[in-house]
Design a protein around this ligand. Structure first.
Ligand SMILES: Nc1ncnc2c1ncn2[C@@H]1O[C@H](COP(=O)(O)OP(=O)(O)OP(=O)(O)O)[C@@H](O)[C@H]1O
Length: 353
């Protein structure tokens, strides 16, 4: 059996919340809980969900930029979670991260050439004799002009700065890049250029991406698989095709329905949800989505659904088998009784088959 490039098992990151002058622990933010997935070389897995659902924490925990509270991360057969300081430093060569705002992560006093030279020399990937040619190669790869090399971050536009961020991530020839909202801060036309660049680089260099985004249009374009997170847990995971054509979890349906889309007839359901996002500090009982879900019944309020295979998806919902199919009439978000009725009808229909 081929080993997956990246594999997590039960990955968890909880933050203690401290209050008062004695800094006593007053609670726990369950930012990421029990996340398991795997990713092959050349593949892109998107992590989607609303703000605060734990996407960035998960991305950072993969690289141990946040020390996990539990669970495992393997890069090929290397147990990242078991590495000591030196081992982790070595492993970081193989896994890089790019951020939404590269300005925050680029040293303002270093030119592009200096920024790119640093990791090359640090990891012994270039010598003083070869570093110039190697930085030129990275600059070419990321669509920057050679004369950009002697410039400083503040002299660039947002899109160009992101190209520098990508070039720096590529310097160590990683197998995996975690892209944390890499285009969210950019103008739409520039977003497309950066997304295309990431795709071209993947084709050329064969890296895997974990692509964190709240923008479903971008995700649909770039990812082969999507994991939907809700309050720290994966609630649905499927191929991009399956997720967008037949979402199984009511939360996934809500995200898709509420996303701006160019074709208004593409999906006909109204958002099947009510209320706002609860917090990872006060986790609801049972299914964490139940306070917002129009399908929720007593079971959802008390028993947390496990992720299980349903059709082409892994999904954590008691109603996953009875998900309302795309050919039912449009439903109203403010009519939970109707939604429940439709679910029951679907269940009955499934039972007759
Ligand atoms: N260092 C920290 N200490 C305490 N709580 C944290 C810390 N970092 C994140 N959190 C909390 O963990 C939860 C998940 O945050 P995270 O930033 O991972 O979500 P996100 O989905 O990436 O959101 P966004 O899209 O807004 O960045 C939130 O409730 C957040 O407040």
């Amino acid at each position: 059996m081929m080993t997956a490039l990246l594999r997590t098992e039960g990955l968890t990151k909880h933050f203690p919340v401290r209050r008062g002058t004695l800094r006593r622990q007053a609670g726990t933010v369950q930012a990421v809980t029990d996340v398991s997935f795997q990713l092959d070389a050349d593949e892109t897995l998107a992590i989607v969900g609303e703000s605060g659902c734990g996407k960035s924490t998960l991305g950072r925990a993969l690289l141990r930029l946040h020390e996990p509270s539990g669970g495992k991360v393997w890069l090929k057969d290397m147990d990242i979670t078991a590495l000591n300081h030196q081992g982790l430093r070595e492993a970081r060569k193989h896994m890089q991260i790019i951020f939404q705002d590269p300005f925050g992560s680029l040293n303002p006093r270093m030119t592009v050439r200096e920024t790119l030279s640093e990791p090359l020399l640090l990891h012994g990937l270039a010598t003083s004799a070869t570093v110039r040619a190697e930085t030129d190669r990275l600059i070419d790869l990321c669509g920057l002009a050679r004369w950009h090399a002697e410039r400083y971050p503040h002299e660039f536009s947002g899109g160009q700065r992101q190209r520098v961020g990508i070039a720096r991530a590529l310097a160590t020839r990683p197998m995996l890049i975690v892209c944390d909202e890499p285009v969210s801060a950019l103008d739409v036309s520039v977003q497309a250029q950066i997304v295309n660049l990431l795709q071209d680089l993947q084709r050329e260099l064969g890296m895997a991406y974990v692509f964190i985004s709240h923008d479903l249009a971008v995700v649909r374009h770039i990812a082969r698989k999507v994991a939907v997170m809700y309050l720290g847990r994966i609630v649905e995971e499927a191929t991009t095709e399956a997720l967008f054509t037949s979402p199984r979890h009511p939360y996934t349906r809500m995200l898709i329905d509420s996303a701006p889309r160019p074709d208004p007839t593409a999906l006909r359901h109204k958002a099947s949800a009510k209320g706002g996002t609860p917090s990872a500090l006060a986790m609801p009982s049972g299914c964490a989505f139940h306070p917002r879900c129009v399908l929720a019944d007593d079971r959802c309020r008390t028993i947390r659904p496990e992720l299980r295979q349903v059709g082409q998806s892994r999904v954590a919902c008691h109603f996953a088998e009875t998900a309302i199919s795309d050919n039912v009439v449009p439903t109203r978000a403010d009519s939970p009784a109707l939604m429940r009725r439709l679910a029951v009808l679907e269940q009955a229909r499934a039972g007759q088959k």
